[in-house]
Design a protein around this ligand. Structure first.
Ligand SMILES: Cc1cc2nc3c(=O)[nH]c(=O)nc-3n(C[C@H](O)[C@H](O)[C@H](O)COP(=O)(O)O)c2cc1C
Ligand SMILES: Nc1ncnc2c1ncn2[C@@H]1O[C@H](COP(=O)(O)OP(=O)(O)O)[C@@H](O)[C@H]1O
Length: 307
């Protein structure tokens, strides 16, 4: 997959794609149905925005994103997207009128052959452009537009909002059913307080800054180590939270990987939430915490063996 972060001066080889357009936060089954509509009509592309327009317009609102740009890219690559147009949603794009966006970005810049969008897609200044307007503009400019109906599972609309709610309520399985894959938190392993190894449970720590928070607590997880000599897939138990035992307060994700030894600092990890085990707790001393962690690991191994 080739990634482009601008729309002007693209090489001729980047133009002429059949693109799916949207924010694709989560890349859930509804998003995948939009991408499928763009498939087979030319080189498959995705047009998306970074930062997310809602982050641009409301920078102080609580984090809502299910994934960062890097994780979204990984997921799109798995869907055989050949060209990712991750357009900077800053001053210029945010103020562009809908018809100007189509003319300057989609036609002059990307030279799109085809555009697929979800039925609720809005674009352009003041969100004045909708799917129907895009279809009309496409006819005028000579590209086709297909509009994906909103996807439902068991009568419920698949949406990033419904997935956020499932995760916030500690229902990662329900989130996965709408995503079509497990919810993952991806990032680089950072240094912590070095307590983990003393407890017998070294944990690879990751920041969750800027991300929507699933329910805090302990999870059974699948772990992909994405870089380094020990790259591969593992099982583990992770704590998402603020570590009430130690009075820390910035939430992060700490993952103990089963049957693993090695140095993961600076390596990229993708941690998939499989099952919610329990809330974080404050114990009467470290022995009680360690006993609970041993039990968590037993339960996590059991869940993961059956997953
Ligand atoms: C399976 C598991 C369960 C945990 N449960 C709790 C908990 O209930 N309360 C808590 O304060 N911390 C909990 N933690 C977090 C540990 O306190 C944390 O991993 C330890 O402090 C190591 O921190 P460090 O990586 O900064 O060295 C848990 C960690 C794991 C891996
Ligand atoms: N089984 C394991 N699971 C997670 N991390 C491990 C494991 N074995 C070794 N490590 C390494 O140990 C580090 C975590 O040890 P820890 O004492 O918790 O330090 P920190 O506080 O910096 O996270 C990880 O970042 C990784 O480099």
């Amino acid at each position: 997959m080739q990634k482009y972060t601008h729309w002007t001066g693209l090489p001729e080889t980047a133009r002429g794609a059949s693109v799916a357009m949207g924010n694709f936060d989560g890349v859930h089954l509804g998003h995948q149905s939009v991408i499928d509509l763009a498939r087979g009509k030319g080189p498959l592309g995705v047009v998306t925005f970074e930062p997310h327009p809602r982050e641009f317009f409301a920078p102080d609102a609580p984090p809502f994103r299910l994934m960062n740009a890097e994780a979204r890219g990984h997921r799109l690559q798995k869907l055989d997207v050949e060209r990712l147009f991750e357009l900077p949603f800053l001053g210029e794009l945010s103020g562009m009128e809908a018809d100007v966006f189509v003319r300057d970005v989609l036609v002059a810049g990307l030279g799109v052959a085809h555009v697929a969008v979800g039925g609720d897609f809005r674009f352009g200044k003041g969100r004045k452009g909708d799917a129907q307007m895009l279809a009309d503009l496409g006819r005028a400019h000579g590209f086709d537009v297909t509009i994906a109906p909103l996807l439902h599972i068991d009568g419920l609309e698949v949406s990033s909002t419904a997935i956020r709610k499932a995760l916030a309520e500690g229902r990662p399985g329900d989130a996965a059913a709408m995503l079509g894959h497990l919810h993952r938190i991806e990032g680089e392993v950072i240094h912590g307080e070095k307590r983990g190894r003393a407890l017998g449970y070294p944990t690879a720590n990751m920041s969750v800054h800027g991300l929507h928070l699933p329910r805090l607590g302990v999870y059974a997880v699948k772990v992909d180590v994405l870089s380094g000599p020990q790259a591969g897939s593992y099982h583990g138990a992770a704590s998402l939270g603020v570590r009430p035992m130690f009075g820390d307060n910035t939430p992060n994700l700490e993952t103990f990987i089963f049957d693993f030894e090695g140095d993961l600092y600076g390596k990229h990890l993708s941690v998939a939430l499989v099952g919610y085990l329990r809330p974080e707790m404050k114990f009467d001393g470290l022995d009680a915490l360690m006993a609970q962690m041993a039990e968590d690991c037993t339960r996590a191994r059991d869940i993961l063996a059956r997953a």
